[in-house]
Design a protein around this ligand. Structure first.
Ligand SMILES: *Cc1c(COP(=O)(O)O)cnc(C)c1O
Length: 323
């Protein structure tokens, strides 16, 4: 078999898979335990490699036992459905295999990224904004926290965080766990993330937020960041960005909006009011791979101010990269 025959054979399999997804007869998953799966699929890697027919059989087995997330009965809370243009975009991305680190090697992808960030910022109102696509909402939250740390203490990029500086950040008690992981990674420690109690609807209690900030200052700590959530993972609650923005301004804190789950609501004229105040946030994490059915992973981190991303860098010697 030559390459063309293999591509044709796989194309037929993919088409059949997509048609089956729309039918009522294909279950969402044929669940097997790990041991059963190892018995059904020979996944051993050998020095000899495998014949082309075996390779095609493995493709069938993969599709057979994988969860059908594009099936109309797949009702996972975080994503569902199939988006044809985005699916084709994924194929084109893989077939070209360009890296976004320079314009030289990824000219088309680079201008697409700029256009998308410009367009997405037209919804947030960041007219002088910036942004970058990242590998997931957790990483968007990480880069936001890291940017806020560098704003409050620019020198820690070079020398680390001063032992005299006890940075504190504030999130809804229902916020995503990635903030604590991010605090661990950036060296302020997960215990520096202060969880604020929520209102009965799951949104952050703004009065408690202000009290916690004042308490932290009184202890000699340096509050620097509030992570508001636009659509909490469990309840879909929206923190009041308007109210939180006033508090952030008063105490000079970075306001980040984690819209990883519910940020796409900004596109809805009917419901976008739940995100009033987004134009006041310093950064916004938005995951089109959740409510917009874009294939995993499609996450963007938007910034109100240009230059933040660049100022996160240290004096790197990247002369070998031609920009
Ligand atoms: C899903 C989610 C995240 C993490 O996004 P990933 O793309 O899975 O990394 C962060 N915050 C909230 C509120 C989420 O629902």
């Amino acid at each position: 078999m030559n390459d063309k025959n293999i591509i044709d054979a796989v194309t037929i399999k993919i088409n059949k898979y997509l048609v089956d997804n729309k039918g009522d007869n294909s279950p969402v998953v044929l669940y097997k335990t790990p041991d059963e799966l190892r018995g059904l699929i020979n996944i051993k890697i050998t020095e000899e490699g495998i014949a082309e027919n075996t390779f095609l059989e493995l493709v069938d087995l993969y599709l057979k036992y994988a969860v059908r997330t594009g099936n109309s009965q797949f009702l996972n809370q975080l994503y569902a459905g199939f988006n044809l243009p985005a699916f084709i975009g994924e194929i084109i991305t893989t077939v070209t295999n360009t890296s976004m680190y320079t314009y030289e090697v990824a000219p088309v992808a680079t201008v697409i990224e700029q256009e998308m960030i410009h367009l997405m910022n037209s919804y947030t109102g960041y007219s002088e904004g910036d942004g970058i696509f990242v590998t997931g909402g957790s990483n968007a939250n990480l880069v936001a926290l890291f940017s806020a740390r560098n704003r409050i203490s620019p020198n820690c990029r070079f020398y680390g965080i001063s032992p005299n500086l006890k940075l504190t950040a504030f999130i809804n008690e229902n916020a995503h766990y990635s903030f604590e992981t991010a605090a661990n990674i950036i060296g302020i420690g997960s215990k520096s993330i202060i969880k604020i109690k929520s209102n009965p609807d799951g949104s952050m209690c703004c009065k408690s937020l202000e009290i916690a900030i004042i308490e932290s200052i009184e202890k000699g700590e340096t509050p620097f960041f509030v992570g508001a959530t636009c659509g909490t993972t469990l309840l879909g609650a929206y923190d009041s960005l308007d109210e939180i923005a006033i508090i952030c301004k008063k105490y000079n804190l970075w306001l980040h909006a984690d819209g990883s789950f519910g940020g796409s609501i900004i596109l809805s004229n009917t419901y976008k009011a739940v995100m009033n105040g987004i134009e006041l946030a310093d950064s916004f994490a938005w995951n089109p791979h959740k409510l917009m059915n874009i294939p995993l992973i499609c996450s963007v981190l938007l910034f109100k101010k240009k230059g933040i991303l660049e100022s996160n860098l240290t004096d790197l010697n990247t002369d070998y990269i031609y920009h």
